[in-house]
Structure formats: structure tokens, C-alpha cells
Design a protein around this ligand. Sequence first.
Ligand SMILES: Nc1ncnc2c1ncn2[C@@H]1O[C@H](COP(=O)(O)OP(=O)(O)OP(=O)(O)O)[C@@H](O)[C@H]1O
Ligand SMILES: [Mg+2]
Length: 235
Amino acid sequence: MIILKNVYFCQNEKKILKNISLRIKKNKIITLIGPNGAGKSTLIRIILKLQKQSFGKVIYLRKNKIGYVPQKIYLNTPFPITVYKFMKILNNYKKNIIIKNLKKVGVIKLKTRNLNSLSGGEIQKVLLARALLNNPDLLVLDEPTQGMDILGQLKLYQLIHKIKNSLKCSVLIVSHDLNLVMNQTDKVICLNKHICCKGTPKLVSKNKNFIKIFGLIKIRKFAFYNHNHNHKHNF
Ligand SMILES: Nc1ncnc2c1ncn2[C@@H]1O[C@H](COP(=O)(O)OP(=O)(O)OP(=O)(O)O)[C@@H](O)[C@H]1O
Ligand SMILES: [Mg+2]
């Protein structure tokens, strides 16, 4: 769908991205992983045409519909805005489309809530629902699980995997935890200004460049357990 060839990005003569070449293929999940300041968000903004590369080529093989969940949004609106209005504001989507996507992400109950009153994890889910409104061919998520507890993160990755299968879209996702994305990703790209290594999650987790940055990670299998809520509280 998209090809990057020898892309560089410089800011004030500082190289932020060096010689990035990669391909985003149809119906695949790619995870971008790297330390803080590695250039992950910058690379994403270049792919989304929100920023222009200094050198190199970004080739779009087709006209893609893109859904984007940014790393940060600034919610300093002077007036309150409900989740429903926030979903409608961009393209005046029809009510049934908004409801369908809020349901898909499991946040329909937040429809009439003020955006400013949501928890970090709830906001991330609303942003995901908003990114799905145009039935994207490519879903780009920049650290979508920030502010979520571990089970919430795992569930969100599973949901993204499900969405990818139902929409038949590609997903480009920034994550800091290879363990969590391990089972839900086709390819991992480890970035630290340049591409340190790339490949299947299993291969990357054993790569010496990856280990240098992230240390040796033990591949865990997550087990679900049923938490019984019959605690006796003595208040
Ligand atoms: N407009 C800018 N002017 C100057 N430096 C910038 C600008 N945008 C990004 N940078 C720098 O480029 C580097 C990469 O930033 P970027 O936000 O892409 O990193 P990241 O990998 O997404 O980090 P994080 O994991 O913290 O989100 C950082 O050192 C940042 O300070
Ligand atoms: Mg970032």
C-alpha cells in the first residue's frame, strides 16, 4: 500500500530519522517499537503526510482511507463536548455509523458523557472508535494503550486484531511492549532513529540490536483468570 525509500528527517540539522525503508502491505499488522525519542511518532506523521520528509521517497500505491489515533490530543476545549458530538464533529457522520462504531469498541455507554470527564483508557477507546468511522484501509495507532492497565491493554490489542479481520485493513501500531503485541502482529520494526531490525516478533525478540535496546524479553503467554468479586469488605 505504502513504500518508504531511504527516508530522512532532519530538524535544525539534527537527524531525527535516518535512511528508513519499509513497506506497508495489505491486511497486515505492523508494530513499530523503539525507545522514547526514537522517531516513531515522526515517522508516523510522515506516512500520514502531516510532516514532509527531508530526503527520500514516500510512495502511495493507491488512494488509502486512513484512520488515525494520535499519541496526544489536547482537550482544552472552552466548552463541554459529549462523546457523540466529538464523533460527529469532523465529517458529520450519520447517527447509525457513530453508534455502530462506539458499540464495536465497547464504549456506547459513554455516548452522552462529556469528553473531559473520561478516564485515559476511555478516551483512547473513543479515539479508536472515531478512527474507524471512515472504514479505513489503514489504521494508524500511536501508542493507543497509554493510560490502560495491563488487562485493558491486552483486550485492546485483541480488539484491534478483530477489527483488522473484519475491515480487512492494515494496521500500523506504535507499542512499547513486544510481549503484548506478540500474538497480534505480523511484523515488528525496531526503530532508534534508523531501523535496527525488523521481522516477525519471534525473530526480532532474539535480535541482538533489539536486545541491546530492550534487554532480553521473555515471551510470556497471558493467561486469563476469573476474578471472583465476592470479597468481604469490612468498611
Ligand atoms: N518539531 C520538532 N522540533 C525539534 N525536535 C523535534 C520535533 N519533533 C520531534 N523532535 C525530536 O525528534 C525526536 C523524535 O521524536 P518522536 O516524537 O518522533 O519520538 P517517539 O519515538 O515518538 O518518542 P515517544 O516514545 O516518547 O513518543 C525527539 O528527540 C524529539 O524531541
Ligand atoms: Mg511518540
